[in-house]
Ligand binder design. Structure first.
Ligand code: NAD
Length: 498
């Protein structure tokens, strides 16, 4: 059986003592095994990073940028191959895999301009003869711990920024779809990045704990579910590291009575069900304002949901593919059952969905549940599947309060033609990323990505200037150069050669 190995110092990581199964979500079989590393594996990666990082940090930033340009070109030239590698383990359709990789490449594009953002600040004459300047220097060795749902984009959110500013970066990707991150590391090497600067160690909790406790790792960026994010944040900070930890989400789409409902339905089909709902910026809660809006929306939504095609990840006509594991499929179906027990009204039931010829695949049909309320556990918790819950609000204030009071605060969207309502909503909602008639408001790479409340622990976001801040330390120099010549005559002396 194929074995997925670590990528340390430009090569494989050696014999594995523990292995984990990697499934093919399309048919439920085990397609590969991934090495699950331990402290010894991490120590080897850290030693390689320590060896390579000082020279990489001393390389001028335009040369590091050139590696980013090369990497971008390499990934683009292999986009089809990489998207298939991703889809085969994750289950998302090929178009979504290309989108996943493309969003990561946009961060690489941002990093192609790294010389510009590292220029620092300068004040001439802060005192008599005194100038002050600041520079951003790399942390040294940083680590990234990433979730299964964006195995292309999220490693690049972290790894491209971390390395382009001069750090060595050690990635611990999800053990559920670990192949693409290794391919990315290989391509960084091919693009001209020295061995030891972008490495991959696989593993589970044991590897995560080893990273959090390792004294040579100065910064850890985590993306995953909230309980783990909170744990990673606390343990990493206690070990004296800089930590940012992005968590789960339950994003709401507010639909005002004046919204363009055809557009909303189209957007919801993509944002609630696309990628089987396994996106932290999915819209799993729709909040129509007023019963009339709810009824009109539902009438348009039901046929659109029935028209969605669920298929294998290579089916180019499918809207979405299987979820990542059998355990996750069962969890989603349990939450659907729970929501109905709690009083939700089943409108479209996606449980028990099977695809002919792929009966053991991890498929869940699109599900719509109406009359969900803020008191339900199934509303409070992240389901992370193709499930849309409708929570009716009587007015704008109630609609505003739902995402604002929810434990998660990653993204939110409002659909309206009323500029005042949209402006008021964006200003007052207690959520980190807001879309106005944009269902999945993922900021572009030169802005920053991050949620509030239990969607994000730590105080810096991903990529953009926030990413640069996270992966660098500021050093500030206050300099005074004496006036006059060393012999005290005050004659202005220009040193001469020879
Ligand atoms: P997860 O929390 O299970 O895993 C994330 C990482 O943590 C993986 O690398 C995993 O190996 C590691 N991990 C798992 N259990 C651990 C433990 N007990 N101790 C230490 N490490 C552990 O998340 P997932 O299921 O891979 O991804 C889905 C979750 O990620 C969802 O909650 C989703 O909302 C969230 N997510 C958030 C964002 C964001 O930016 N806020 C983006 C993408 C995904």
């Amino acid at each position: 059986m194929r074995q997925i190995d670590h990528f340390i110092s430009g090569g494989s990581g050696g014999a594995a003592t523990r292995l984990g199964d990697v499934f093919d979500p399309n048919n439920g079989s085990v397609q590969a095994q991934v090495a699950l590393g331990d402290q010894a594996v991490l120590d080897r990666a850290v030693a390689a990073a320590q060896n390579a990082q000082p020279a990489w940090a001393a390389t001028n930033p335009q040369r590091r940028a050139r590696v980013m340009f090369n990497f971008k070109a390499l990934v683009e030239s292999r986009m089809d191959e990489l998207a298939h590698v991703l889809s085969a383990e994750h289950g998302k359709v090929i178009a979504d895999s290309k989108g996943d990789i493309q969003r990561g490449l946009e961060v690489v594009e941002f990093c192609c301009g790294i010389p510009h953002v590292l220029k620092g600040e300068y004040t001439q004459g802060a005192g008599p003869g005194i100038d002050v300047y600041s520079m951003r220097q790399p942390i040294g060795i940083g680590a990234g711990i990433t979730p299964f749902n964006f195995p292309g984009m999220i490693p690049l959110w972290m790894g491209a920024v971390a390395t382009s500013v001069g750090n060595a970066f050690i990635l611990k990707p999800s053990e559920r779809d670990p192949s693409l991150p290794v391919r990315l590391a290989e391509l960084f090497l091919e693009a001209g990045m020295p061995a030891g600067i972008f490495q991959v160690v696989h593993g589970d909790k044991a590897m995560v704990d080893a990273i959090l406790d390792h004294p040579a790792i100065g910064a850890v960026s985590f993306v995953g579910s909230s309980d783990i994010a909170h744990y990673v944040y606390n343990r990493g900070v206690a070990a004296g590291k800089r930590v940012q930890a992005m968590g789960g989400a339950k994003n709401h789409g507010i639909v005002m009575p004046d919204a363009d409902l055809d557009q909303v339905v189209n957007d919801l089909c993509g944002a609630a069900f696309g990628s089987a709902g396994e996106r932290c910026m999915a819209l799993p809660v729709v909040v129509p304002v007023g019963d009339d809006t709810a009824e009109r929306l539902k009438a348009k939504l039901i046929p659109a949901i029935h028209a969605l095609k669920v298929g294998v990840s290579t089916d180019t006509s499918a809207h979405y593919g299987p979820v990542v594991t059998q355990a996750h499929k069962e969890k989603i179906e349990d939450w659907i059952a729970r929501c109905i027990e709690e009083g939700g009204e089943m409108i479209v039931d996606g449980r028990g969905f099977t695809l002919q010829g792929h009966e053991k695949g991890f498929f869940v049909g699109p599900t719509l549940i109406d009359h969900v309320t803020a008191e339900m556990d199934s509303y409070h918790n992240e389901i992370f599947g193709p499930v849309l819950q409708m929570v009716r609000a009587k007015d704008f204030e109630e609609a505003l309060s739902l995402p604002s009071k929810h434990q998660y605060g990653n993204g939110v969207a409002i659909f309206t033609r009323n500029g005042h309502a949209a402006r008021e909503f964006a200003a007052r909602v207690n959520v980190g990323m807001v879309g106005i008639n944009v269902p999945i408001p993922v900021p572009v790479a030169y802005h920053s990505f991050g949620g509030w409340k239990r969607s994000g622990f730590g105080d810096t976001n991903q990529h953009g200037m926030e990413g640069i801040k996270f992966w660098t330390k500021v050093k500030t120099v206050t300099a005074r150069w004496p006036d006059g010549s060393p012999d005290g005559t005050n004659a202005f002396v220009i040193p001469t050669m020879g």
